[in-house]
Design a protein around this ligand. Structure first.
Ligand code: ZN
Length: 423
């Protein structure tokens, strides 16, 4: 995953353009990803697919002709969606188009001007302060033309048409935690899901530009969203902070309960947040006209770390072990969703005689035996067709995997069967 982040890091992405296509083509080497193109001008609910932005070069040259701000050094130097310009101007005029961070004088900020035509450069505050009052040559060699909005969709069929939606944004240039970490984890999660021997759910992975991408996808798939049973937005999963889960708008969806369960036993720091209508694409999935059961699983939330939307959100800020931990947590969520079924005890009148059935030896005599025995009693007691494995794990305060393991043992011993819709 870290190698993928390194490979994607230099690409200048935005909400449209070749950077997005280049990124998606690289992902196609890992997962079966379909690239979709939606023409500029397409109406999507209250929004319109914007013109396509591409950039080839940009710089500010001093009077000696030396590039003092250079897009080739960092794509963050140019405000994303800057319209083309080639002009000479004095510092006073140039300054109104320059952005820096006075309190972080060595970092370059990340700025965009998607929906109002403008141009600008971002630079470190230290560099800004050194600019002399002279004439500068300013050039942004960009194009803003009718083209398309590009997104990627990876559908992995399961035995049911019920879907799990995993969505990440792909619109940021050289920024690692927000958003390359999300792209990497979503890609490797898709590969993991595709490799599962059995899948109960179908999985839909979206690689979309933030906001306009999810709005566009929802507008084109309005009739299909009814299949979505659970969803997660993946973002900021590569930093060293603890985990954060922002609940779906519903607040009590199965995915919200699954996250609480997985967190409770993950052995790491975590925070559960209630839904609020700001953040990433969960804003669109959880708009009242859709109200999908989609939460957002992150490490440090956007805006909570100073590196956010600056050049310091770089290849040092994200680390392989953190993206790996995040991927493992996502895999565990998939595991719980896949196996969260209901069971019925085949011996519901009083406890079955465990010794006679060889169940004490089945759970072994190790130090965990007492715990396992209690897990067995919980499962037998709650296997009434109404409690899902998740409900059992919640009520017994036991990790989901241990409940599932016990269900398998009891099933083998003829004491449980999976519940049907009649139960
Ligand atoms: Zn962002």
């Amino acid at each position: 995953m870290y190698g993928l982040i390194e490979e994607l890091y230099p690409i200048c992405r935005s909400i449209t353009g070749e950077g997005v296509r280049d990124t998606l083509r690289i992902l196609q080497r890992h997962i079966p990803l379909e690239i979709q193109e939606v023409p500029s001008g397409t109406q999507v609910f209250d929004w319109t697919v914007p013109k396509e932005w591409n950039i080839h070069d940009a710089y500010v040259k001093d009077f000696k002709g030396k590039r003092i701000i250079d897009f080739q050094q960092s794509n963050l130097h140019v405000v994303s969606y800057s319209h083309p310009i080639h002009a000479r101007m004095r510092l006073a005029e140039l300054t109104s188009h320059l952005y820096s961070l006075p309190d972080r004088p060595d970092w370059i900020p990340y700025r965009t001007s998607y929906y109002n035509e403008d141009w600008g450069f971002c630079l470190s505050h230290r560099q800004l302060e050194q600019l002399a009052d002279e004439e500068y040559e300013v050039c942004i060699d960009s194009t803003l033309t009718d083209g398309a909005l590009t997104y990627g969709e990876c559908f992995i069929a399961g035995s049911s048409t019920d879907e799990v939606l995993i969505s990440c944004h792909i619109c940021h240039p050289s920024l690692c935690n927000d958003n390359l970490s999300g792209i990497a984890v979503a890609t490797y999660l898709a590969a993991h899901v595709a490799g599962l021997a059995q899948r109960r759910y179908s999985y839909r992975f979206l690689f979309i530009p933030g906001t306009i991408g999810s709005i566009t996808w929802l507008a084109r798939n309005e009739t299909n969203v009814r299949h979505i049973r659970h969803g997660l937005v993946v973002t900021c999963v590569g930093d060293g902070g603890g985990f954060t889960y922002k609940k779906s708008r519903r607040g009590n969806a199965e995915i919200d309960r699954v996250m609480a369960q997985v967190f409770r036993h993950c052995g790491k720091d975590y925070v559960m947040q209630d839904f609020f209508p700001y953040g990433y694409d969960e804003r669109q999935y959880c708009s009242p006209g859709f109200d999908l059961p989609v939460g957002c699983l992150m490490r440090s939330p956007h805006g909570s770390f100073p590196e956010y939307h600056t050049s310091a959100d770089n290849l040092d800020f994200v680390q392989p072990q953190y993206v790996q931990e995040s991927l493992e947590l996502y895999q565990e969520v998939v595991e719980v969703l896949e196996h969260n079924r209901r069971y019925v005890s085949l011996n519901p009148k009083c406890e079955p005689q465990l010794g006679r059935r060889g169940l004490y030896s089945a759970i072994g005599g190790d130090s965990d035996a007492a715990k396992k025995q209690l897990t067995m009693l919980w499962v037998l007691n709650l296997a009434d067709g109404n409690h899902s494995l998740l409900a059992m794990a919640e009520r017994a305060r036991i990790p989901f995997g241990q409940v599932r393991e016990m269900v398998q043992i009891l099933e083998r011993h003829g004491l449980l069967r999976e519940a049907t819709s009649e139960d």
